[in-house]
Ligand binder design. Sequence first.
Ligand SMILES: Nc1ncnc2c1ncn2[C@@H]1O[C@H](COP(=O)(O)OP(=O)(O)OP(=O)(O)O)[C@@H](O)[C@H]1O
Length: 363
Amino acid sequence: MKIEQIQLVQFRNHKNLSYGPAEGINLLYGPNGSGKTSVLEGIHYCALTKGFVTAYDSECLAFGESFFLINGRFISDALKEDGVKVVYSRDNGKKLTVNGQDLTSFSQHIGSIPCITFSPAEMSVINGSPVERRRFLDNAICQADCRYLQSMLNYRRVLLQRNALLLQLKERVQSIEMLNVLTEQLSEYAADIVFARLRFLDEILPGLKAILSSVSVKEEPRITYRSSLVPSVYALTKEELINYFREQYAKKKQDEIARGLTAGGPHRDDIVFFLNQHEIKKYASQGQQRSFLIAMKMALYGYFSDKLNEKPVCLFDDLFSELDRSRVEVLFALLASFGQVFITATEKMHGPAVTTINIPEAI
Ligand SMILES: Nc1ncnc2c1ncn2[C@@H]1O[C@H](COP(=O)(O)OP(=O)(O)OP(=O)(O)O)[C@@H](O)[C@H]1O
């Protein structure tokens, strides 16, 4: 995937920026607040219809303006051209147009422009709450597998229905039969999600090991999956997983009704990262944690390339801060073999296959 051109109009601090990125590594440099991250954010909107730094569309609307517009021209590895336009206004919400066609369901577009991000705020994947780690898993798998996105949407819908029903049962205003139907559906979607997450972790591990060893991390990485309901999810078939969920929900039925809430499931699960036998969140240094997350993000590159037959776009915000010089050099060398990579930095830096662009001058 290659971005030929990106235009940002009234998007954060950019009034009207047009930029034609180079192949390989694009190093966007400039002082703090010049708008480097905003360029990455704009590209991310074209790929995933939302930001990766800002939580709400309205936060990206330039102060005092009524709408923002992002225009992107992308060429896939199969030489298919995609024109993506995102327009947002407070009054009319967000509109996504791909190749001149308005898309009513944004989920249709997910995966068309595979994209990997890194930002210092994403360190919460390592040291934050389980919700951050689930978001990491789900964002990655959704881009590579549209069936996973559908399972997630189905699971969320049934979970909401089931929680509402459990509350009604608690207040004795509903019969139990409907609960059995929803439990059956929830067990199937839950098994789909957990199964896909386990496969994903399995598939990125070799890439993660290779990248960590090239940045001189000698310890062996490991990622374990902690299910909130099933004691051990490993080595189970999908059918066995469904059965486990059925059994667990049956066991906890009375408790669920008393609390008016589903007992657990993939929406409560977590993953744990280790170097050798030591949990990273508890024992690794800041630099080691950062290297681990960067390596995981870089391992996604191989994962997406294999699954989608398409080189993902990498949006790496402030990638090199806190890393020593030798790690920076190794990362530059590794990234030189990637497709299009965008890195922000406050200083101009040089490396193989690097094109530098000064963001204040580009405005
Ligand atoms: N909605 C908005 N309207 C106008 N300006 C905004 C908006 N949101 C953020 N900004 C400003 O845009 C500027 C650029 O932010 P951005 O995060 O892109 O900078 P940066 O170059 O990545 O900075 P740093 O090197 O500090 O990470 C900041 O000064 C920020 O305050």
